[in-house]
Design a protein around this ligand. Sequence first.
Ligand code: C5P
Length: 232
Amino acid sequence: MGRDVIIACDFNNKEEVVRFLEKFKETKPFVKIGMELFYAQGPDIVRTIKGMGHKIFLDLKLHDIPNTVKKSMSVLAGLDVDMCNVHAAGTKAMMSAAIEGLTRADGTRPLLIAVTQLTSTSEEMMQEELWIERPIDETVLHYASNAKEAGLDGVVCSPLEAGKVHDFCGAGFVTVTPGVRFADGDVGDQKRVTTPAKAREIGSDYIVVGRPITQADDPVEAYNRCVAEFVG
Ligand code: C5P
């Protein structure tokens, strides 16, 4: 599994994303499309960006009964995305169903990764509201191992957790990590951040980088700098 930089394309509409991606003439970066853009623009946004030659991580975080997730995943596999995700809280049965739905007739499928606990959930919230009594770091690793047992390829986690996830679930279990900032850049609303170089050192497989690239004066230069630091 090669390391790669995924650009979080958190734009408001199709025109803005297309205008942004047209700046990339030589390399076609892997892009992440989130719920906001997908719900606003529909599946056509995936076809448009795919048509421009980009790989797509469709970040829709499915969580429903296994049958519904299975059928929804087969729709996403038909859209030819390269990576998508579910909440591990949906159980191993739901995650296995997701894999089934995602697998195309020829046996190929997009990568499927799991969200363990959202980084917006504190340990206190998890314990007091969700009644999960264990410490959050143990819960994250337990959910990651459920995802692995269900046949998923990896998890979304903080780059600072990537090493622990690999120790627990194996080096081949993919870690996809947001919360990346350049050493000399703005942290913004992210709390626990790391640089692309440090993320590489800890062992992230994919870093998801939004504003440090999308808001840069020269996004192509910022992307290339990210790739140079992270992929080498
Ligand atoms: O702009 P920035 O680099 O902070 O963007 C990070 C991207 O990763 C955003 O799309 C954000 O929603 C997503 N993300 C995150 N933290 C998580 C999960 C997803 O920042 N735990």
